[in-house]
Design a protein around this ligand. Sequence first.
Ligand code: MGD
Ligand code: MGD
Ligand code: SF4
Ligand code: MO
Length: 672
Amino acid sequence: MRYRSVCPYDCPDACGLLVTVENDKAIKIEADPHHPITQGLICGKMRQYQQTVHSSQRLTTPLLRTGPKGTGQFKPISWDEAAQLICSRWQEIITEHGAEAILPYSYAGTMGLVQRNSGHPFFHKLGASRLARTICTPAKDYGWKAVMGDTPAIDPAERSQSDLIILWGLNAAATSIHSMAATQAARKRGAQVWAIDTYQTPTCQAVDRAIIVKPGSDSALALGMLQVMAAEGLLDQEFIAAHVSGFEELCATTLSGCTPEIMAAICGLPADTIRDLARIYAAAKAPFIQVGGGLTRYGNGAMTIRCIACLPAVSGAWQRPGGGLFCGTSTGAAFPLQRVTHEDFMASPTRIVNMNQLGAALNNLNDPRVMALYVYHSNPAAIAPDQNAVIQGLEREDLFTVVHERFMTDTARYADIVLPATSSLEHPDLYRSYGSYQAQRCSRVIPPVGEAKSNWDTFCLLAAGMGWDDRFFRQSADDLIDQLLAEPNDWRDAAITGQLRQGEPVVMTPPSSPRGPWLTPSGKIELRNERESQPLPCLLPTHAETDGFPLRLQPSVSLYSLNSSFNERNDLLQKRGEPTLLMHPADAAARQLQDGQPVSVYNQLGSVELALQLTEQVPSGTVVSEGVYRLDSSRSGRGINALTSQRLTDCGEGSTLYDVAVEVAAAKKAGK
Ligand SMILES: Nc1nc2c(c(=O)[nH]1)N[C@H]1C(S)=C(S)[C@@H](COP(=O)(O)OP(=O)(O)OC[C@H]3O[C@@H](n4cnc5c(=O)[nH]c(N)nc54)[C@H](O)[C@@H]3O)O[C@H]1N2
Ligand SMILES: Nc1nc2c(c(=O)[nH]1)N[C@H]1C(S)=C(S)[C@@H](COP(=O)(O)OP(=O)(O)OC[C@H]3O[C@@H](n4cnc5c(=O)[nH]c(N)nc54)[C@H](O)[C@@H]3O)O[C@H]1N2
Ligand code: SF4
Ligand SMILES: [Mo]
């Protein structure tokens, strides 16, 4: 039998899958050719998803720790035993320290609306601390909102009508292959394509012009371009007068000091390149800028987006189909998610812990101290910043840690109790995308592997274990999906809602226009936003520039993994190879380092051992390490996040994973 499903991973494409099942096993995964966005194309990671689902490394029973934390020594126990142990320990902690001593930690192992958010009603009712889930792109969202308010995103499919597509800090060839495919199709039809990045990514190799800037310096590039456009009169004055607030003031204040010569020194491009980019951008009919996440994970990340958002506002690009700025879609209002999350289950608002500061929370937070951690569909030991602090916290003997997982991850190794989780083929869900307006409902297509349980079913079991008698926790995940689809809303009419119920992929339409009227308080595109502490776009420093280490580190993504996922797949591990540090030959020569040698990459937070790879793909001054590896992949027993910090973005409380300074030296010989 062949069933429809959706890729559950944290990827903007949310691809439609066709899953062939025989004897309760998935034996083949194909791209859905009739899916409006997927159109028969999925990435190499998912083409063999059955190897993930039926991997011999899947966790199949609950486990109880039998050795020291971190050593991975466990014995199988039953679900009843596990639930009883968890609930009784939690009861003790609540009595002794209060429920806020319990901290849930989850992110985006699965993107389905029900399974992803299953823990919210449970922990709200428990009175646990809440988690600010801000590791990914809150600064990008903040920057967009500061200028554009609640204006919805344009449909990215419009890029087919653009004559200049700018992939700005977006490694689309790795992270959103359908954006890449659509961009390539537009290029074939004659559109020019640029990529603006900090090194030559796979995406840069497939565009007309790769523009390599210094990390965290895109505001300087954008402001420099604006200065040229203003000085040379390359503006749409009519559009500005009617729809934009604050540009005159921006010209009179910030921009006067943003000549290409001054900005060149900051962003590392020749002044003439900034002039050239400004002129071509201004001359394009419908320039389409698509912004990724990387450039916002800096101490100035939200401000960077505000600066970039000025470009389409003053060129008038918003007036023409294909023109504008695309930061990602937000379809939160399309489904009544509060029917799953139930903030109303909280007796009173509990404290909020930022997920980027888990290290500090586990080690320093008091009143009450965090005594229990419940991790589900996330892997903080590998993906969270300041890994040494996180692991120091996970090592605490008095911390009771439960991890609900598909695999024995770096985090699970520190658990007191590990619970086996289903894969997306083993549970139902409703998916929406953050790269387009699509949505799709899926049923489970195979029975759970071993004794695995879905997130929702696990929280129902724990609710019973806590002695709660609510009907809410006796529903099935399908009941919750039914409620999310119970009535049409202004994003989806009855016909689309009907298609969703049938499991068909749909593309929804935002209820208001993405091209004005602008949903800001003033009704204009607000280059000036007086509600902000910095009312006008400006240059802000990054965090790392004052750290005192000479090289800027980019802990970038890999083509062959997704955050820390896919480590169970030998086919992908082989393609990825060992963890490496990419460095320009001149930087290596200055340090007397050779290609291939083990090096120690270090800063004030820690050190990691990687294999050095010399390449001119990275500019001098910047070093890159692609992919999040298992901790034991490096002789240092630490991954790249040992070097990233818990500092937050300027606004939005986001992670600053790319705002890192390091030094590199030859690694000491083993045993020293
Ligand atoms: N294959 C693969 N796909 C993925 C993921 C993965 O790990 N692997 N992760 C998924 C997730 S969770 C997300 S959020 C998305 C992320 O998708 P993207 O936004 O494409 O990826 P990022 O790595 O966040 O950043 C994109 C690019 O920004 C560049 N960059 C970093 N700093 C700067 C800067 O200061 N200026 C400029 N101009 N560029 C900069 C990086 O070098 C990188 O090439 O991808 C998703 N898809
Ligand atoms: N150095 C560095 N660090 C990064 C990044 C980077 O590019 N470089 N990217 C950052 C970004 S953008 C993000 S979004 C975060 C992502 O961080 P996470 O959301 O933690 O992502 P993953 O590392 O993929 O871990 C997800 C885990 O969920 C498990 N899982 C999958 N499905 C289910 C399920 O249904 N139930 C349960 N219980 N478990 C499930 C998977 O087995 C996997 O171990 O990482 C951040 N950290
Ligand atoms: S990871 Fe992304 S590109 Fe790959 S199948 Fe999933 S949604 Fe599609
Ligand atoms: Mo992300």
